[in-house]
Each structure stands twice: as C-alpha cells, then as structure tokens.
Design a protein around this ligand. Structure first.
Ligand code: ADP
Ligand code: MG
Length: 662
C-alpha cells in the first residue's frame, strides 16, 4: 500500500469505524495507517500530528511491554493472538488482538473488557464462595433444575448414597425411601420436599426417616423453589440435616426422664414405707418405754412397801416381846411400867417411820393460811446449831468437819417451818455422813429473781450417777443398816409440798451439793398467832370409832381426865347420839375417818352444818389432806398413833386450829 493513497486510507478508516472496538492499522515499519474513533480513546493518538508520523511503539504504550513483544512475535510468526492486558491507571483491562494482514500491514483491535472481566471475576469468586459454603455446611445440599435434574451437590450430599448416583429428585426419592416420621407413613413422591418446592412451596423442617448407606437415618428436610426473573420456578434448592443422633438423644432423654419419674415414684414409695416403719418402731419404743416406766414405778412401790414392812416389823418386834413379858409380870408394877415404856418407844419409832414416809407421800401443796413466812437463813442457822452435837461427836482432831455459813437477808418463802427444818436436818446429816475423814460443810442461802434457795454442800465421797438417780427414792440407802433411806425422800416430799424443787449435783470422790429452791416471798408483817382458848375443864365428848380397841382406849383416856364420854362405832349411831334438838348434848366430837357406814369427813360436814358451835376433831391413820382439813370445818386433825399429851392439848384447845401434828 502506498503512503500517498489518501483514498485507500479513507476506505480503511471507514472499515475500522465499522468495528465495535478500538482498531488501528499499522505498516510494518511501525507507522500508523488508519485508526478509528474508539482507538483515539484507548491508544495514544496525537490528533494534530499526521498519522504516518505516529508509531505503534508510542500508540500502544498503554498496554505495556507484553503487547509490544506479542506484536513482534505476531509479525514474524504470523499467528494472530488475543491477549488480555491491563491498560490505563484504573485497573482497566482490554482484550487485544493482533492480526497480520499481509506482509506489509497488521491490525491491532482492542476491546475494553473491564466490566466483563470484573463480572467474570465476581462470578468466579461467588462460585468459590458457594463451593466453600456448601463444603462447610453440615447439611447436605442439592440444587435441581425445573426438570428435577440434580446438577449440584455438596460433599455430604454426594456421600449419602454410594452405589448409585442420585442425579434426579426421582432417583433420590427412590434411594431415600423416605418415611414421614410425624404422620408415621411412607412419603409419596409428590409429597417429597423437592416436588413440593418445584410446585412453588417452601418446605421448612420436615422430619423424615430415610435409607442411607449407613442405615436408616432421621433427617430434617428443607426445600425452596428458585425463581427466574419472571417469577417462574427455575429450580429448587434442597437441604437436609441428619438429626438421628439428636433424635436418639431426645428419645433417650425421654426414656431417662421416664426412668427418673419411675425412680422418684419408687423413692416416694420407699419413703412412705420408711415413715411407716419409723412410726411402727417409735410406737414399739413408746410401748417399751411405758413398760419400763411402769416397771420402775412398780419396783419403786415394791421398794416402798418392803421398806415399810421392814420398819413396821422392826417396830412390832419389841412390842410383841414386851406384850408377852407384860402378861407374865403383871403383878410387878415396876415391870409393867418398864414394858409399857418399851412398848411406847417401839411404837414411837414405828410412828416416826410412818411419818417420814408420809412426808414423802404427801405432796399436795401447803394450803395458804396453813403456812407462815419462813426465812431460810434463820432456819439454816438453827439447824446447824441443832446438829452441832452430832458434828462434834463425829469430829476428832484429825477429821474435823468445818462449817461455812453463807447467808443472805431476804431468803424468805412461805411454808411450814417444821418441815423445812426437817428437810435441812436430813441434808446436813447426809453431808456429815459423806465426810468420814472430815471436810467442809457449807450452807448457803440465796435470792434469785422469783426463787429463794438453800444449798448444802460437802467435800465428801460424792455420788455415782446410779446413786444420784435413785437417791430420792424412799428406802434407798447405801449405808446398810445404819441408813433408813428416808432422808432424801422426805426432802423431796417436803419440797414438792412447798412448790419447790430439789436438785443434786455431785462428783464422785469430790463432794455433793443439794439445792432446795422455793418460791420467793416478799416479806410481810407476821400475823400474831390466834389466841387459843385454854380450857381444861371437863367436857362432854362424843367418840366415833369403829375399831373396838381404839374406841375403848380413847374412852378410858378421856374418862381418866374427867370428861363425860359417849363412844359409838358408826355414823348412824353418832347421828342418833347427837339428836335433833338445837341444844346439842356435846362440847366436842372426835371421829375416825374410815367408818363402816360412811366417811368421817361427811359426818363432820353434816354435824358442823347442824351444830356450828360444836367443836370437832378428826383422828385418822391416813395422811390428812390440807384441802379437807379446813373445808370440812374440823377444829383439829390428829394422826394415828395417837399420843395422849397431844390429844389432851387439842381437847383443851391450846393448840392452834388446823395445825398438823407431828
Ligand atoms: P440415808 O441417808 O438413810 O442413806 P437418804 O435418803 O438420806 O438415806 O440418802 C440416800 C442415799 O443417797 C444415801 O444412802 C447416799 O448413798 C446418798 N447420799 C445422800 N446424800 C449424800 C451426800 N451428801 N453425799 C454422798 N451421798 C449422799
Ligand atoms: Mg440420810
């Protein structure tokens, strides 16, 4: 082609313009022949300089060295080549093709493919991401087209069936042989998730049991239609998740829960059984305890009876002997007096025992009015003085019993001074007994909030737990024939009568302290004792006593004092003797309590009601109870055995009414 052929150049330019890309035609010597308009935008074209003056070396500079090399190669090898080359600064890309025309000319066509390349890149990236997602997802994923052909599966899906390629949803359904878990029936092909999705539904979490290479599995299936731009279904996405383990776990859990429930039921049943057993045992234990208590009570009663029997026999023994001897020496007045004395002494010993036991038994509270103010400190002082001879007798130089007195003012209670004195006497005696080798005997009194107390302490032998437990029992003694075992029993009865308590604290080999506590009494001015009418003048006396000897002795004693006596043996006879006229023929009635036709106290009540001015005395072998003493209006109560001097004093009225005789 000739340089000057303008016409030819114009023709070539028009040809290049018809191309949809940038195009430039060069001569072999490198100078441009023709370029189109698009080339002006991509190549370096000087619009002013003539084309023939422009060289491809410069013009194609934006595509860099690779293109220049390629052009050289193309010109020699004459093989057209398409290159993808970056150009410009903004990362643009162009597809450049160099084609040799004849030996003289070659054509460079460049198309800007930046947009296409970017799209291709992002498509590849999306492809790669999809792959990664599919490979990573723990579910099996399949994509099928509208004809049901599966054209994409991830690894998990691919491994589900090894022997046959599940390449269509139909084959997949056949291989899976799905079973609807919820409705428990085989799943028809048209109901398969893929088919429902192809019909336009979205399937979310359908629980199916399917056949897989490793046996029956439970899966959760999901399926969704994919739609084209026009909204038509173009394919489906299928996804399923193997939940066999979870299902198994759940069912195991359910089973475990069931077992646990059963276990709990069992436990509660066991508990009930245990409760029943415990109840049964406690009942048995209670029964046993009751039995033990009863046994202890019975044995205590037995002990009491045995002790009384022993002492009564001991008392009766000299009386029997004396009575026998009396009979044989009746002529000798001296002998008679001597034996009478012995009989009295023996009887007195017996009576003393009875009286001490009585003080144990008699635990009714002291009747208000029958008591007086008692200052424990004064009383303790008296008792220590009283026991001084005994203490001196026991003491020698080597074993002296020292006395320590710690008394306070105001340790005042109310009660019967005689009884409390007796109780203290017993404690002091025990303390001295406990110190055969000497020691210290401390007596303290004290005042507490609502109580006053007196404590007797020794540094003697002390008590074992057993002894301490039984010490208050009547007739319990560790002193053999020297002890009566009645001391602490008496203390116990007396304290109880005074609404108090007695406690022992003792250490074997170290000593003992016995504390008596009484309700505290605020000191009040002592009442003067009521004036007793003194009258020893002969009286008219009605004696009511069913015991023949007792009645006869009483009559004789009273007659001996110059009284006029009528003696009867029953309530009925007594009422006859009393008569009905207001003018009662007696000054005094003396009655026994246990009468054949009634109770002496009833007689007292009715007599007092009819003849209030008549004085009444009651004689009883029982412990008089404070309640009836007063309420039934007797002026005095005497206990058997009767002591003549006491009886005389009461008849004379020199003793205060209702005072208990000791
Ligand atoms: P008795 O003194 O006649 O034995 P008690 O009833 O007074 O009867 O006492 C019963 C028993 O309690 C005593 O035999 C003795 O064993 C024990 N006992 C009482 N007081 C003391 C004491 N202070 N120290 C040691 N033992 C005592
Ligand atoms: Mg004693």
């Amino acid at each position: 082609m000739q340089d000057g052929s303008e016409r030819e150049r114009a023709r070539l330019t028009a040809l290049l313009e018809s191309l949809p890309s940038a195009a430039a035609l060069f001569r072999n010597d490198g100078h441009a022949v023709a370029v189109n308009t698009r080339a002006a935008a991509m190549f370096v074209v000087d619009p002013v300089a003539p084309l023939v003056a422009q060289h491809w070396n410069v013009m194609l500079q934006p595509f860099g060295a690779p293109l220049l090399d390629s052009i050289r190669f193309a010109r020699t090898g004459q093989r057209p080549e398409t290159l993808l080359l970056p150009f410009g600064r903004e990362g643009r890309q162009a597809e450049v093709r160099v084609s040799v025309f004849d030996l003289d000319l070659f054509l460079v066509v460049a198309t800007d493919v930046t947009a296409r390349e970017m799209e291709r890149l992002s498509a590849t990236r999306a492809q790669r991401e999809l792959r990664a997602i599919l490979d990573l997802t723990p579910s099996s994923v399949r994509v099928a087209d509208v004809a049901g052909r599966i054209h994409r599966t991830n690894d998990i899906a691919a491994r589900e069936h090894e022997d046959r390629d599940a390449n269509t949803v139909r084959v997949l359904w056949e291989l899976d042989a799905p079973h609807d878990v919820v409705n428990n029936r085989p799943l028809a092909f048209l109901d398969a998730p893929a088919m429902r999705a192809l019909a336009g539904q979205v399937v979310r979490r359908q629980l199916l049991e399917v056949r897989r290479r490793d046996g029956r599995r439970v899966i959760e299936a999901f399926a969704a239609p994919m739609r084209g731009d026009d909204g038509k279904v173009v394919g489906v996405l299928l996804l399923d998740r193997d939940v066999t383990d979870r299902e198994q776990l759940e069912s195991e859990l359910r089973e475990r829960e069931g077992q646990e429930r059963a276990l709990r039921a069992q436990v509660s049943q066991d508990e009930q059984e245990l409760e029943r057993l415990v109840e049964e045992r406690s009942r048995a234990l209670l029964a046993l305890q009751e039995e033990q208590v009863r046994e202890r009570r019975l044995s205590a009663v037995g002990q009491l009876a045995a002790g009384v029997m022993h002492d009564v026999n001991n008392a009766l023994n000299p009386i029997m002997a004396a009575a026998y001897l009396l009979r044989h020496h009746a002529e000798s007045p001296d002998a008679v007096r001597d034996y009478a004395d012995r009989i009295r002494k023996a009887a007195e010993i017996g009576a003393a025992t009875a009286s001490r036991v009585g003080r144990f038994i008699r635990q009714e509270p002291v009747h208000p009015g029958g008591d007086v103010e008692v200052d424990l400190s004064v009383l303790a002082d008296e008792v220590l003085d009283l026991t001084e001879p005994m203490r001196l007798q026991r003491s020698s130089e080597s074993r002296e019993v020292r006395i320590v007195r710690q008394f306070v003012d105001g340790a005042v209670s109310r009660g019967l001074p005689g009884e409390i004195r007796e109780a203290l006497l017993n404690l002091v005696q025990n303390a001295i007994d406990a110190m055969p080798d000497g020691g210290a005997l401390s007596v303290r009194t004290g005042v507490e909030d609502r109580d006053v107390y007196i404590a007797v302490r020794d540094t003697g032998v002390g008590m074992s737990a057993d002894v301490r437990e039984r010490a208050f029992e009547p007739f319990f003694t560790t002193k053999g024939s020297k002890g009566s075992g009645l001391g602490l029993a008496e203390v116990y009865g007396i304290v109880r009568r005074h609404r108090g308590t007695a406690t022992i604290s003792s250490v074997l080999g170290r000593g003992t302290e016995v504390t008596l506590r009484f309700p505290r009494q605020k000191p009040v001015a002592a009442e003067p004792p009521p004036e007793a009418p003194a009258s020893a003048s002969p009286q008219r006396i009605l004696v009511v006593e069913d015991h023949d000897d007792g009645r006869e002795f009483l009559r004789r004693i009273l007659q001996g004092d110059g009284h006029a006596v009528v003696a009867v043996a029953s309530c009925a006879d007594a009422r006859d003797a009393l008569g009905t006229s207001a003018e009662v023929p007696f000054d005094l009635m003396l009655t026994d309590v246990g009468l054949p036709d009634g109770n002496g106290w009833d007689l007292v009540r009715s007599t007092k009601a009819a003849f209030p001015q008549l004085r009444v005395g009651v004689i009883t072998g029982w412990e008089p109870t404070m309640g009836t003493e007063r309420g039934d209006g007797a002026e005095f109560v005497l206990r058997k055995p009767l002591r003549a001097p006491e009886l005389k004093a009461h008849i004379a009225g020199s003793r205060t009414p209702t005072q208990i005789t000791e």
